[in-house]
Write a protein that binds this ligand. Structure first.
Ligand code: GLA
Length: 411
């Protein structure tokens, strides 16, 4: 077996010239951030085709599809630990007995799109960690795997580094190789990458990946917790991720998005973390909307508690996330635990997040000027309560502990 580092160095030599001249995509699969669901945060490796079909059904019957959610993505552990004799990938024979093409067809018949998971190295993260057998990564099989995905009707590929080896240049080469392989299939496949998993350098936050991918992870993995205090190391809480992602805002824009990882709204009891409160979950959802982040739900869609449903399908908040201007929010004031964030929207509206990280309710105030809203009179809407009022320059609210008051200002 060729060591990963050497194999990638060879690939780097072969592909760097191409990188300079090839554009990311002929079409634009992600003019606004992707909305969807992924199996990992709740189910980990415990997945099968019935779960994915039921999830697609629920995405429609719960009203999530009508609210804009589109992608149903299977994460790690979907594949047969052995490739076929011709080297091609196959579905796990017991968990996905009907095969991936049939599953993608099922998802498509619901009016949804279908996504899948693979890695540019030798081992998927579950294989690297010993939770799943085999060594079925795409290294050396890039064109073959891309074609398999296109033939199956895949619309979204999550491509996850999952190795401690490789320089930044190796990672750029490996991710570029699959970008070009996907492009060569002629199918429009949203390309979602992660340079951080198992890698000590956490290059997701150190390099502008916008010419390579439609979305790229900025941090290590999220867990359902408000804060771990970790810098960019496993595991991350909601606020840890916000702090790493905020300085990267200029990398985000239509067709290319910072990905602060999938949603933990409605995800409970994972690796000793009990889960977010509804207030924290709404704050998490609000901030992902402000960051112009992909919103990939991670909860069990087969039974969604009312509070969680209300968060995930809040159309006014989703409209901020999906705003066509595609500018990520700026932290315009940071008073320690109390912060003000502003996101300019198409047509001159401004979204404002009053963010309380403290353990007490607090009044947070800002001004139209501070958030970049033109004019002196604004109609303000609280996007969680629906309450509206007129502001003459000053905007303030009582914000609960670990909460966000999310406002939309209209001139
Ligand atoms: C990494 C990724 C996760 C998930 C797992 C699967 O940790 O960051 O989102 O895909 O791999 O093993």
């Amino acid at each position: 077996m060729i060591p990963v580092r050497r194999a990638l160095a060879v690939l780097a030599g072969l592909t760097m010239v191409g990188t300079l001249t090839t554009t990311a995509h002929a079409a634009e699969p992600a003019p606004t951030p992707a909305l969807g669901w992924n199996s990992w945060n709740t189910f980990g490796c415990d997945i099968n085709e019935q779960l994915i079909r039921d999830t697609a059904d629920s995405m429609v019957s719960s009203g999530m599809a009508a609210a804009g959610y589109e992608y149903v993505v299977i994460d790690d552990c979907w594949f047969d630990p052995q490739r076929a004799a011709d080297g091609s990938l196959r579905a796990h024979p017991e968990r996905f007995p009907s095969g991936i093409k049939a599953l993608a067809d099922y998802v498509h018949a619901k009016g949804l799109k279908f996504g899948i998971y693979q890695v540019p190295t030798e081992l998927t993260c579950a294989q690297r960690g010993g939770a799943y057998p085999g060594a079925t990564g795409s290294l050396g099989h890039e064109a073959q795997d891309a074609q398999t995905f296109a033939d199956w009707g895949v619309d979204y590929l999550k491509y996850d580094w999952c190795s401690p080896e490789g320089t930044l240049e190796d990672q750029i080469a490996g991710f570029t190789l699959m970008r070009d392989a996907l492009h060569a299939t002629g199918r429009d496949i949203l390309y979602s990458i992660n340079a951080n998993s198992y890698h000590p350098d956490k290059n997701g936050a150190k390099y502008d990946w916008s010419n390579i991918a439609d979305q790229w992870r900025t941090t290590e993995d999220i867990k359902p917790v408000w804060r771990t205090g970790n810098p960019n190391t496993y595991p991350m809480g909601v606020t840890d991720i916000i702090d790493v992602t905020e300085p990267l805002r200029e990398w985000a824009g239509p067709g290319h998005w910072n990905d602060p990882d999938m949603l933990e709204v409605g995800v409970y009891d994972v690796e000793g973390f009990p889960g977010l409160t509804d207030t924290e979950a709404a704050a998490h959802f609000s901030m992902w909307a402000m960051l112009a982040a992909p919103m990939i739900a991670g909860n069990d869609l087969r039974s969604i508690p009312d509070g969680v449903h209300g968060i995930l399908t809040n159309r006014a908040v989703l409209a901020v996330n999906q705003d066509p201007k595609g500018v990520a929010a700026d932290r315009v004031r940071d008073d320690g635990d109390l912060e003000v964030w502003a996101r300019p929207l198409a047509g001159g509206d401004v979204a404002v997040a009053l963010f309380n990280r403290s353990d007490k309710t607090a009044k947070i105030s800002t001004t139209a000027k501070e958030v970049g809203a033109k004019g002196s009179r604004h109609r303000v809407t609280d996007l969680w309560t629906g309450k509206k009022w007129l502001s003459h320059g000053t905007i303030s609210a009582e914000v609960p502990s670990h909460g966000v008051t999310l406002l939309r200002l209209k001139r």
